[in-house]
Write a protein that binds this ligand. Sequence first.
Ligand SMILES: [Zn+2]
Length: 291
Amino acid sequence: MGFRIDRFATLYLFHPARRLAAAGKPSIPILMYHGIAGDSEAGVHPYYRISTAPQVFARQMAYLEDHGYRTASLAEALRGLRDPAAAITASSRSVVITFDDGYSDFYQNAFPILERHGFTASVFLPTAYIGDERRQLKGRECLTWSEIRELQRHGISFGSHTVTHPQLRDLDAQAVKEEVVASKQTIEQKLGCAVESFAYPYAFPETEAEFKGRLRDLLGQAGYKNGVCTTVGRADPTSDTFFLRRLPVNSDDDPRLFEAKLEGAYDWLAKPQYLMKLAKGWARSRPPGRG
Ligand SMILES: [Zn+2]
């Protein structure tokens, strides 16, 4: 395996430093999973892999239970962070577990393990890929509505991950609205309950303040209460309610890296991530053929 600067810096620089510092503002880790399956994803850099092997996921959930974590919904996490009285207990050992893309291996592999620990989770559905018959997204099978209803009865909550899983920033305003509104309506019709949470697909354009402002307004108008994105970090009282940061997890998160992420030693990555996006945006904004 190649050298991973993110892993090295997290374990040897930021985790020790984090432990030395007194506990700062309350924060809650929101874990971001995709598939719970054993594919190796050879050729993909560990940072970008989206599969967590079932046995690794089982170990991670056991770690959470052994270390006194309890799972919270996004709404509960936000309440805990915003209410100073509740903040200390809420943030001491709360974790939010999220799954993007609605893959069917959640039903087969993740849910039985979650249930064993009495844990709950939020699953974000791209509704064009969810059917009464099984459909696929990026070559992976997705959940069916009957599986989703069964999971809902067992306490799993569902949010929107748009309709067609596009990079929203590349769409015009009307198309963005469609993606945000129609996906929410579909899930609400199918499940008979309000959808409050939204997960932004792909890299979040966090450097683009105007786009973010418009999307935030749109989400609020559509009736969403909160949301998550792919920016790395934990949620704290200053977090943007609709674009909460998360900690990406996959098979490469051995116990040390997993623990370091939970404890905030991965949050440093948000700054280089931001600078990279700023640089890419700057390159994109330059007219081709000039300089
Ligand atoms: Zn996705």
